[in-house]
Design a protein around this ligand. Sequence first.
Ligand code: NAP
Length: 251
Amino acid sequence: MSRTALVTGGSRGIGRAIARRLARDGAVVAVHYGSDEAAAKQTVALIEEDGGVAFTLRAELGVPGDAEALWAAFDERIGEFAERPGVDVLVLNAGVSANGRIHEVDEASYDRVFAVNAKAPFFLIKHGLDRLRDGGRIVTISSGVTKVAFPAMTAYAAAKGALEALTFTLAQDLGARGITVNAVAPGTIETDIHPWMADPLAKAAAAKFSVFDRVGQPDDVAEVVGFLASEQARWVTGQVLDASGGSGLGL
Ligand code: NAP
């Protein structure tokens, strides 16, 4: 029987690559998005071209009631695509960036980055637990900035730190159900979140963070998520897997 996966922010960037990878591995994939319906439909079309099954799911995150709304939309549609209700793989990928050193961050931008990047995953997991099957997988998408200090993104780093603490804590709590909970921490990945990468000089400078002297691509992260979602990763839980191309290894 097919597994079912839900990827938040599966419409673009890293989430799209994750959705495609999980579909290639045989899962029916719910491709969540917030506002860009065309991008979500494009992800579904790419999955279908590969012979997979997927559908779109809209829910704005970072607003009151977001988690309940997302799961209500999921419950409504899943019966059309999967043989049974419920989900096996939950990937909390949707996120927003937030720039600023601490003296530059106001309360509104702090609240926003925490609402989307930390609070939404918390309640998506809480309200998803009765849908998540035993033996399932939760993967959160963190960031290398929790390990390599990057003061230009203070509030973002703090929110990702909260997400990692949640990941670690839930791994203990959900172990009895055979559910693994892990985070993947990408370095600089070429997606829309970095419009400045259109500048070749800025992109070349970012490439220098990695020991491989290139910026990452969404597939570099998706492959790691695919592994964590697989049966082969059954003995890995409560971990943060670095997918940064060795960023910050040396001086
Ligand atoms: P992206 O290209 O900007 O895509 C973001 C995705 O999240 C889109 O599908 C977007 O859907 C969705 N999303 C964003 N805000 C939302 C909201 N409020 N409600 C609902 N959906 C929302 O970003 P990305 O670079 O792929 O990043 C994906 C994840 O990786 C994020 O958690 C990010 O923090 C993390 N990350 C990225 C990098 C990097 O260098 N790219 C590095 C480390 C970690 P809509 O367009 O429909 O809103």
